[in-house]
Ligand binder design. Structure first.
Ligand SMILES: [Zn+2]
Length: 259
């Protein structure tokens, strides 16, 4: 396996998008990355002499998928992604669903597709067997927490996806942004705890009379770095939607703030 980091660092993308070449001879190229100068050359270097059998996507967000068509053309490989990702991108390809298997290096290894919606409805993880490495896209990042932003993101699906990943007991996580995570299951459990803690904080803020998204945000994220306000508010919206799904009325704040 090899990886390359795109030239798109930022608060949500960390050091940039990670593209992975999984396999040596007959390989999968996962998440070709952003459409930026130099990216296709970076991918050519990563691929080297491997034959790319599939260009796969963890989801259709542009920082992972914008170069999908160009990568398929460059390496003469078909695209494979969730149906919703293909539709979002307007590209043809193989539709991947939970339990689908992609062989690597003539069957010496294989990727099992795991549907992990939440960050986006089309999010997939790829479980490399037999080693047990999980490629998580944006479902789990190398550091910090990932963005589950209403309405593309859905908190109930996200929590279920984390539970599913924990149940598979991966030995290592390979995220779409940031360094590999060696303590895979503890990290997944920490992610789940973090979300539930956040939701508890939002419920406390509401009980204390927080009356707008901004008000909740200022109480729940007191030390938010500048520029992340709207990301934090869409994450709060996702939590509010989750509370509502559980039958816990949140009052009026979200309705007043809807554009
Ligand atoms: Zn994303």
């Amino acid at each position: 396996m090899g990886s390359a980091v795109g030239d798109n660092p930022g608060p949500l993308t960390l050091d940039g998008t990670r593209t992975y070449r999984i396999g040596v001879g007959q390989a999968v190229l996962l998440d070709p990355g952003p459409d930026l100068p130099g990216q296709i050359e970076r991918l050519r270097e990563l691929v080297g002499r491997a034959a790319i059998e599939w260009v796969c996507l963890t989801h259709g967000h542009p920082d992972h998928a914008a170069l999908a068509r160009a990568a398929c053309e460059a390496f003469g490989a078909p695209l494979a992604a969730a149906a919703e990702a293909l539709a979002r991108l307007g590209l043809d390809g193989r539709t991947l669903s939970d339990g689908d298997r992609l062989e690597i290096d003539g069957g010496a290894a294989w990727l099992d597709v795991v549907e992990t919606p939440g960050h986006s409805p089309d999010s997939l993880s790829f479980f490399l067997r037999p080693v047990g490495w999980m490629f998580t896209g944006d479902t789990v990042l190398g550091e910090g927490s990932t963005l589950v932003a209403h309405p593309d993101g859905r908190m109930s699906s996200y929590l279920a996806s984390l539970a599913r990943l924990i149940s598979l007991r991966p030995s290592r996580l390979l995220p779409g942004h940031g360094e590999p995570v060696e303590e895979a299951v503890p990290r997944l459990e920490a992610y789940r705890r973090h979300r539930l803690d956040r939701e508890r904080q939002i419920r406390v803020a509401l009980a204390d009379g927080a009356a707008s998204l901004q008000d909740i945000r200022e109480r729940v994220y007191p030390d938010l770095p500048a520029g992340l306000e709207s990301a934090a508010e869409s994450s709060i919206r996702a939590h509010l939607a989750h509370l509502e799904e559980q039958g816990l009325p949140y009052g009026a704040p979200m309705e007043r703030e809807e554009p």
